[in-house]
Design a protein around this ligand. Structure first.
Ligand SMILES: [Zn+2]
Length: 78
């Protein structure tokens, strides 16, 4: 396959951390996706998309155990 963004042919399977936003929380999900080595574009197959949707759903229903890794902080004003 060729990258639709840059036309590069160097696309590899890579483990990345996908961020899912649930309410005010950001959940990090490790997933394997195809990544273009030239521009960094990620390609998700149907199964990965489905998996991410399921994870999101499970988190909303609190069926999945998550771990607090740190906090996302927002600057209140500069
Ligand atoms: Zn590319």
């Amino acid at each position: 396959m060729r990258c639709v963004i840059c036309g590069g042919r160097d696309i590899k399977d890579k483990e990345v951390e996908e961020e899912i936003k649930v309410g005010n929380d950001i959940i990090i999900v490790p997933v394997k996706v195809k990544v273009c080595m030239s521009c960094g574009e990620r390609y998700y197959d149907r199964e990965t998309m489905k998996m991410l949707e399921e994870v999101e759903e499970k988190i909303e229903k609190k069926q999945l155990k998550v771990e607090l890794m740190g906090k996302v902080l927002k600057v209140a004003g500069v």
